[in-house]
Design a binder for this molecule. Structure first.
Ligand code: ACO
Length: 428
């Protein structure tokens, strides 16, 4: 095994270098503090691996994203969201019997306990759907208790996983129906995952909803593209919270809250609001780019930049193509897409963005697609959460499968006052 050498105050420390399957290398510093008294400091974890993982591979410089080795482009074209969920969680594509059993279990678990419907009465119609989603997902632990620590081997985990994947879309659709004051539409056993969601969202007793195969296909691909993205903010949150051995629902609820922020999954809502702002307030694309570059202005170009991708986000490329397909098929004129493309060209030609390698990310075009599907803007991040759920579950499982399970507990460098006397403020 290769070793890296750290020299400090005349002492020499040998640190093992670990190889990943894609020629990635990591210096293992697990014993550094024990051996040298030193810790490493890496604010924002820009350069710190928190785990080893066999789920998702990203090469941000080359714009590569693969789940369990399979390129995202292939999955978006050929797989279904539920098959991809199985792949992420169990590590292989399902054989026919597994696929059927997984699908049947999703159908069986698609309703939510009738008593949980009363929760909706307490939410104001204006409630943000992410607040409703996180609350309801945590509340699943009340109605469907199950703690893997008691019986991880007996299938409790598998049941919790299908419950979550199936019920999350029911909760999401019900929060929309509640916000517009329409009756809930129950899930149907005869519809596939995405079609079922569209029916629960848009069907109404007075206006039947016809499922368009291209809309269903686009939704399927959108969810696949969001299904995992290794150790991002929300996934790391799921792992960290889960490492305390709390149940899966509570860990996922924490992930949903982390995703909500505008620097993470909440960016998709902000992208559309930004594009609408340009359209409605008569802002020019140039003004917008100038504001994003201004250090005294906290405004950022939402949907641009990524901690990992220093190239075009491969998901954004696929989504942009899908936007074109739907625009052509439905012959829609969507001014926001023209503004988005103008903004993209302006940013990609600007030295500020070139030097910092800031390219469109997944959130830049996903909002436009969700709009075409009919999803309201404040639900975009909920759609992201539905898509990301299998990844969170897979990462949670991988962490719990690893032995020994270590509680997540970063260190810090204390910079506060030294030992001080207790002197009340007014006696100083
Ligand atoms: N607009 C303007 N400037 C930006 C942007 C942006 N969208 N993104 C980064 N920058 C600039 C920063 O000001 C900084 O400039 P400096 O070096 O002069 O200080 C430099 O680029 C590096 O930015 P950081 O914030 O240090 O990069 P980091 O890797 O920490 O952040 C992040 C990544 C949060 C995604 C950032 O690019 C951002 O805020 N983007 C906008 C929000 C967004 O689209 N989020 C969704 C990301 S994808 C996802 O989570 C699903």
């Amino acid at each position: 095994m290769e070793r890296a050498i750290l020299e400090y105050k005349g002492a020499r420390y040998e640190l093992p270098v670990i190889d990943g399957t894609e020629q990635e290398r990591a210096i293992d510093i697990s014993n550094l503090r024990k051996d040298s008294g030193l810790i490493t400091l890496d604010v924002g974890y820009q350069n710190t691996g928190s785990c080893t993982s066999a789920i998702t591979f990203i090469d941000g410089d080359r714009g590569i994203l693969r789940y369990r080795g399979i390129p995202i482009e292939v999955l978006a074209e050929r797989s279904t969201f539920t098959e991809t969920a199985f792949l992420l969680i169990y590590g292989h594509l399902p054989v026919e019997a597994e696929r059927r059993a997984f699908s049947e279990r999703l159908t069986e678990n698609s309703m939510i306990h009738e008593d949980m419907l009363r929760f909706f009465d307490g939410f104001p119609p204006t409630a943000h759907p992410m607040a409703i989603l996180s609350t309801m997902v945590n509340a699943l632990s009340v109605y469907y208790p199950g703690y893997f620590t008691e019986d991880f081997e007996s299938g409790t985990f598998d049941l919790m996983a299908v419950r979550l994947i199936s019920k999350i879309r029911t909760i999401a659709a019900y929060s929309f129906k509640h916000s517009i004051g329409e009756p809930f539409v129950y899930p149907r056993h005869d519809l596939r995952y995405c079609a079922n969601f569209l029916s629960m969202m848009f069907h109404s007793p007075v206006k039947p909803y016809e499922i368009d195969p291209d809309i269903e296909k686009a939704l399927n691909a959108l969810l696949i593209l969001h299904a995992d993205h290794e150790q991002n903010c929300s996934t790391s949150t799921v792992r960290l919270v889960g490492s305390s051995m709390v149940n899966l629902y509570a860990s996922i609820c924490a992930g949903i809250c982390a995703l909500w922020g505008p620097l993470h999954g909440g960016a998709n809502q902000h992208v559309i609001e930004m594009l609408e702002g340009i359209q409605q307030q008569g802002l020019s694309v140039r003004d917008c780019v100038a504001r994003a570059k201004d250090k005294d202005n906290r405004f950022r170009l939402f949907g641009f930049g990524h901690r990992i991708y220093k190239n075009y986000d491969p998901r954004a490329i696929i989504l942009k193509g899908m936007c074109d397909t739907l625009l052509k098929k439905f012959n829609i004129s969507e001014p926001l897409i023209d503004i988005a493309m103008e903004l993209e060209s302006a940013a990609l030609a600007d030295d500020f963005f070139i030097e910092r390698k800031l390219y469109p990310n997944v959130d830049f075009y996903s909002g436009i697609l969700y709009r075409m599907i009919g999803i309201p803007t404040n639900m975009f991040t909920v759609m992201f959460a539905i898509g990301r759920l299998p990844g969170w579950i897979a990462q949670w499982k991988e962490m719990h499968d690893s032995v020994p399970l270590k509680i997540g507990r970063p260190r810090q460098l204390y910079t506060g006052p030294p030992l001080s006397d207790y002197v009340p403020m007014d006696q100083r």
